[in-house]
Write a protein that binds this ligand. Sequence first.
Ligand SMILES: [Zn+2]
Length: 114
Amino acid sequence: MHELSIAENIVEIAVASLKGNGRAVVREIELEIGTLSGIEIDALTFAMDAATKHTPLQHAEVRILTVQGRARCNACAAEYDAADFFSPCPACGGFDSTTLQGEEMRVKSLLVQD
Ligand SMILES: [Zn+2]
């Protein structure tokens, strides 16, 4: 499962950021996931549950913020919300576009309690 390896990677990043503070407990972890990242939020939520077991994130509340996909048309420079990589430009119908945002997959913040 794609999302499980992503969740394990997120937990690794979070644990590494605790910098050897073995007693630290993560209360909350905030993730930013773009709608064009190919990650299914439901599957990721489920995977985070499994990946955080027996780690300092075990009881952390997982908050997932989605980032709407945005693209700029390379033909007419219009910017628009893109549901996927194959959405045509709503202004001119062109398919040649540059993705501006929506591919994010990152840990935005950690709330740690010593
Ligand atoms: Zn266009």
